[in-house]
Design a protein around this ligand. Structure first.
Ligand SMILES: [Cu+2]
Length: 384
């Protein structure tokens, strides 16, 4: 069986949130602090060099030998310092696959590149409804509400969304010239004040809440998003109902008071509890009902229904869920790549299998669940 690049099987969740920066800082502190091995080596070499100089000088003086004209220092050149990479921290440097990163760790130019690529989808024709005036952007909420719906509350919830994200990433790259990877929103970092997360920034992020005091457009609190790069997005459907409206969110009430987003369920402690479950069936159930649901119900508006992919944050949210599944898989060294089970689909009594198909209608070819179990296997190629 294939082995994972394990980071340590029982790491607590908070130790891996935003890990690579912390790991780099820790590795750097280790390199620069204390009498590390390279420092000791340099000291010894320096002492030996001085001793050699003294000896050679003495010999020269004593013998006046012309054979001693060679520069003695040439023989005492310290060995080259250990290569940066030997001690460096890029744990995944052996990987051939690109890394998906957390939104706030991206430099502003990469953030803008991602947003531009997502907006580009609105300029491409729809694959699912080519004769309509809908765009590639609209294909994602459509397929999620018509096909993805059946994967909720059942085993394929995680693999279906993993494939869905892969198609989105591939389209951004192949159709919109995006050269980066998908990004995730690690909301555990914001769990104490979700509403001020940098993802809602109007200038650098995905825009904020629906208009304060604005008319309710959809659901209990959805109102038009009026700032940020997605303020002009329109949505034809609200769930499976044809109901054209503006992209909407509603995490404040009509008077502008906060209150809808509860970060309790997505705190590091809560996530740790979910990641500690050993059975896939229990894990996927709690992932969906506790972790996944907290964000759509908090943000509300379009996000609250099966047409949630109208909200571009859907993809950052699900990439984070995908990452949590990957973290969980790593904690199951014996069966991480095969741990799967439960009901085959929503409302079905049939049992799930790795041979089950993941369908995407005309958006992409069907594949098998087994094909998306390994992020760095024959089919997928990315890492976190
Ligand atoms: Cu979904």
């Amino acid at each position: 069986m294939k082995m994972w690049p394990f980071k340590g099987s029982q790491q607590r969740y908070d130790a891996v949130a935003g890990d690579e920066e912390e790991l780099k800082a820790a590795a750097s502190a280790k390199r620069h602090g204390g009498a590390s091995k390279p420092t000791q080596t340099v000291c010894i070499v320096a002492v030996v060099t001085i001793a050699l100089f003294a000896l050679v000088g003495l010999a020269y003086h004593t013998l006046h030998s012309p054979a001693q004209t060679q520069d003695p220092a040439a023989n005492a050149t310290p060995p080259p310092p250990p290569s940066e990479n030997d001690n460096n921290n890029d744990n995944n440097s052996s990987s051939r696959c690109p890394q998906r990163r957390e939104w706030r760790t991206l430099p502003p130019s990469d953030q803008q590149a991602y947003i531009s690529a997502v907006l580009c989808l609105r300029t491409l024709p729809s694959t699912l409804q080519p004769s309509s005036n809908r765009t590639a952007y609209d294909d994602y909420p459509w397929i999620h509400s018509h096909v993805g719906y059946f994967t909720h509350n059942s085993a394929p919830f995680l693999p279906w969304h993993r494939y869905f994200l892969h198609i989105y990433e591939k389209t951004l790259r192949e159709e919109c010239g995006y050269t980066g990877s998908l990004v995730y929103w690690d909301w555990t970092l914001d769990s104490e004040a979700l509403e001020v997360s940098p993802v809602f920034d109007a200038a650098t992020g995905f825009g904020g809440d629906g208009e304060v005091g604005g008319q309710v457009t959809v659901g209990r609190s959805g109102r038009c998003v009026v700032d940020g790069p997605f303020r002009n997005v329109t949505a034809d459907y609200y769930d499976v109902k044809f109901q054209p409206h503006c992209l909407s969110r509603g995490f404040r009430d009509q008077e502008g008071n906060l209150g809808h987003i509860d970060g309790h369920e997505i705190s590091p402690e809560s996530i740790e509890e979910v990641l500690s479950l050993n059975e896939y069936e229990k894990f996927v159930a709690l992932m969906e009902s506790r972790v996944h649901d907290a964000i759509p119900f908090g943000i509300a508006g379009d996000f609250e229904t099966f047409t949630a992919p109208y909200d571009p944050l859907f993809f950052l949210h699900h990439t984070q869920l995908d990452r949590l599944w990957w973290l969980w898989q790593q904690r199951q060294p014996e069966k991480g790549l095969t741990a799967y089970g439960g009901h085959k689909e929503r409302h079905s009594m049939k049992m799930a299998s790795l041979e089950d198909e993941i369908g995407m209608r005309k958006l992409a070819p069907s594949i098998k669940v087994a094909q998306v179990m390994d992020l760095e296997g024959d089919f997928l190629c990315y890492r976190y």
